[in-house]
Structures are given as C-alpha cells and as structure tokens.
Design a protein around this ligand. Sequence first.
Ligand SMILES: O=c1ccn([C@@H]2O[C@H](COP(=O)(O)O)[C@@H](O)[C@H]2O)c(=O)[nH]1
Length: 294
Amino acid sequence: MSAGPGDRPGAGFGGRLAAAMEAHGPVCVGIDPHPALLSGWGLPDTADGLRRFGLAVVDALAGAAAAVKPQSAFFERHGSAGVAALEEVLAAARDQGVLTVLDVKRGDIGSTMQGYADAYLRDGAPLAADAVTLSPYLGLGSLQPALDTAEATGRGVFVLALTSNPEGRGVQHAVAPGGRAVAAEVAAGAARANSAAVQRGEPMGPVGLVVGATVGSAVADLGVDLAGLGGPVLAPGVGAQGAGAAELRAVFGGARGRVLASTSRGVLGRGPRPEALRAAHARAVEEVVAALRT
Ligand SMILES: O=c1ccn([C@@H]2O[C@H](COP(=O)(O)O)[C@@H](O)[C@H]2O)c(=O)[nH]1
C-alpha cells in the first residue's frame, strides 16, 4: 500500500488540514507515551507497550480528531524496537485517515536535511507522516530541502517560531541582523514559502509555525505576523503546560481560523478507555473553539 498522501482527498497538506479542522475541530492530540502514562494505562514501558498505547490513541480518535502528533522522543527511548512501534502507529493513522504531525524537531545543514526529508516526507518511507516539526536554528534556509520535499509530496512542515517553554526566549526573542526578532524572521520566511500556495487559492500553505499557547504577549511584542502567514499554526502548551481559553484568545488574535491547538497529557491522562479519550478531546475542542471564536 502507498504510504503517501495520494490515498487522501485533496492535494496539499494545508488543504487537507483545513478540511480536517473543519470536520473535527482545531485540536490535535499528542501521542506522548510518558512512563507515568503507560503505567496509568496498565501498559509496560517497553516498545510493545508504546505500540499498544499509540494504536489505542489512533483507534479512539480516528474520525474524531483533526490530527494526532506522535512525539518521536518517547519511541526513540526504546531504540529500533521503539522506532518500529512508531512506524506502526504512523501506518495505523494513515490507514484510518487521521492526519499525523510527527514531532521530531529536526534541523541540520541542508545536505543532511535532505536525509530527514527523505525519512519523513517521502511517499513510501517507513516513517512518513503528513507533516513534521522542524527547528530553524541552523538557519531557515537550511530547511529548504524539507520544504521542497513537503511541497512535492503534498506534505507539510511546522517550523519552531515561539516555543511553549520559557527557555526558548533567549534565542527566539533575540534580534536578528535585520533588526527584527528571530521569531519574526522565521515567520516572514514561512510566509514567503507559503505565497505560491496562497496565490493558487489553497486554504493554507504547507509551511506552518509552532507558536506555544503559553507565550503571552510575545507574538505582538516581537511583531510575529501570524495574520500574514498563510499557513497553519501549531499551538502546543494547552492543558498540562497551563494554557487555556484565555491564553489562546490572547496569543492568537490575528490567526484564529488557522490555529491547531495541541494537547497531549491533557487528553492522554483521561485514558485508556476510548470513550474517555474521545470525551476529553471533545471537551478540548469545545474550549478551543469558544476561545478562538472571532
Ligand atoms: O513549543 C513546543 C513544541 C513542541 N512541544 C511538544 O508538544 C507536546 C506537549 O505535551 P503536553 O503533554 O500537552 O504538555 C510535547 O510532545 C512537546 O515536546 C511543546 O510542548 N512545545
């Protein structure tokens, strides 16, 4: 079976994500198999435990959630067996029509970046996802091979702009040579990369940003132009990291229709019963929709 997006309706990632958000609401559920969650679900902290955990989340949320976001780190803890479990979880999501954002936060020199692009964004790759997270801190231009591959295969990327953790400020708020904050430069570069898709009339381009729902006034203070991005905004920090309706409303004023809020422990902590996971997701959707209503 093809591992590419060819078996999915709609061409580009932005269009497919917009359709999924319209159908299921603007909330992505992270698949973060923390040891404590595995134990709470009665699963062992082994590759097989992770596999069962990830498959249970996909089964519960297929047809209910716009996307799932497996966190690669937890699978990598178990070496090749953990990565094989991640492959199975990605394949299950693909088969069940759930969009995947693989949270790997990759960044490297351009020639190596092509290797990452081939690993995650190529049709038929064992770890192929609909989108991946990328780190621009080796220079936004170094990500170009991944952006090109995503564009060519109908996939997407989310570039870290303002992360949800407080330690990110030292780098992301720093002033770049042009006089703008680094995060504002990253957003401007992403907007440029989306311009062709926007001109073609696609609802969203393939290049999204990661902007934590916990970043307070940073978007406005630093002049990070989310309104002009033309792509989706992945907003982690909802739930366990403390962001709720008030924070979402305050941070995302200019981009409300394109925000995909992301929560992991906030939903996973309600498992393992599928109905409980779906109910927690539905509550999160209600809260996010109310917060982002224009
Ligand atoms: O800025 C960022 C970027 C990514 N993350 C990731 O999202 C989840 C958050 O999990 P919660 O349980 O909802 O706190 C996790 O995988 C992070 O690595 C982020 O938190 N902030």
